[in-house]
Write a protein that binds this ligand. Structure first.
Ligand code: ASP
Length: 305
């Protein structure tokens, strides 16, 4: 069914400090511009979410692509998933260390592989064989993050620090879109949590957890403390409730309430259905988000209920 396009993006939900607000707003603005260009020209929701996420992976502000948080060993390990609501095809990569734009690799898996998910060297090999350039892990590491990890590990050694306090993380990026053909799609990309154990995979790239899309229900992308989100399979939980008739606006808020009340989690979600109805919610002090429809463009750092 022909539709007016809609695009929503997020750039992480946490206590984004005042001096980083502008960079986050610029980042989501750039992502909206890239995704909207695709939608405006009649392109697919799938391509729009890929392009929007690539912009934020390339932006060192966010915990995705270059500039991501470092794991315990001082390496960048990236996870990403993309999903097409029209066909339910999905592609995901986990724990990749040599791909600057993991969402591109995820998209190649979606389009060119009978499989849905590749990890580590196997994912890198698949990407290289499908024309995606590999880089060195050092190319993804920036001095700010080396310093952040050093400080964190020094403090953690001194005191029993809460690894997942919202002040420390979470800067994952994501997008959901509706195109002119009435199809929806979602994509999420992350460097995961600061000081994570090598090989640790979060919610972001797990189908139904950090990312989900089905034309019959909704497209969702989450950010926040991954382990609680995974336990609730929150993206699919929210999408399924939209199918039962409730407004995405309410379901997004309900999903975050459920996350907090059931498993003491924190984070944020963007949700969009194939009718163009959407929801944005978070229980962290801030979440960078952007929204574009034919009638409006809004960028924010906090979403009041
Ligand atoms: N959800 C991500 C993870 O746990 C972190 C984030 O959203 O920034 O890997």
């Amino acid at each position: 069914m022909p539709s007016d396009p809609v695009l929503l993006v997020h750039g992480g939900a946490w206590a984004i400090p005042d001096d980083m607000v502008e960079a986050h707003l610029n980042g989501v603005r750039g992502a909206i511009a890239a995704g909207w260009q695709v939608l405006q020209q009649g392109g697919a929701a799938l391509d729009a979410v890929e392009e929007a996420v690539v912009v934020m992976e390339d932006d060192e502000t966010f915990d995705a692509g270059r500039g991501s948080f470092l794991n315990r060993d001082g390496k960048v390990q990236l996870d990403a998933l993309i999903m097409d609501g029209a066909t339910l095809r999905a592609g995901g990569v986990g724990c990749v260390e040599r791909i600057a734009n993991p969402v591109r690799a995820a998209c190649k898996i979606l389009s060119d592989s009978p499989h849905v998910y590749f990890v580590a060297q196997g994912a890198e090999q698949f990407a290289a064989e499908h024309g995606i350039p590999l880089c060195k892990n050092e190319d993804l590491i920036i001095p700010r993050e080396v310093e952040r990890l050093r400080e964190f590990q020094a403090r953690a050694a001194e005191q029993n620090q809460d690894l997942f306090a919202p002040a420390i993380s979470h800067d994952t990026v994501g997008a959901v879109a509706l195109d002119r053909d009435g199809n929806i799609a979602a994509a999420t990309s992350t460097g995961g949590t600061l000081n994570k154990a090598p090989g640790r995979l979060g919610d972001s790239s797990l189908i139904g957890c950090g990312c989900y899309a089905d034309n019959r229900t909704a497209a969702a992308s989450t950010t926040g403390w991954g382990e609680p989100i995974m336990k609730l399979v929150l993206g699919k939980w929210a999408a399924d409730r939209v199918a039962s008739g409730s407004l995405p606006e309410w379901i997004a808020a309900e999903a975050i309430n459920y996350l907090e009340s059931r498993v003491n989690g924190h984070g944020g979600i963007i949700l969009l259905d194939a009718r163009g109805r959407f929801g944005i919610a978070h229980n962290t002090p801030r979440m960078a988000w952007g929204l574009k429809t034919v009638a409006q463009e809004e960028i924010g750092i906090e979403r009041k209920p």
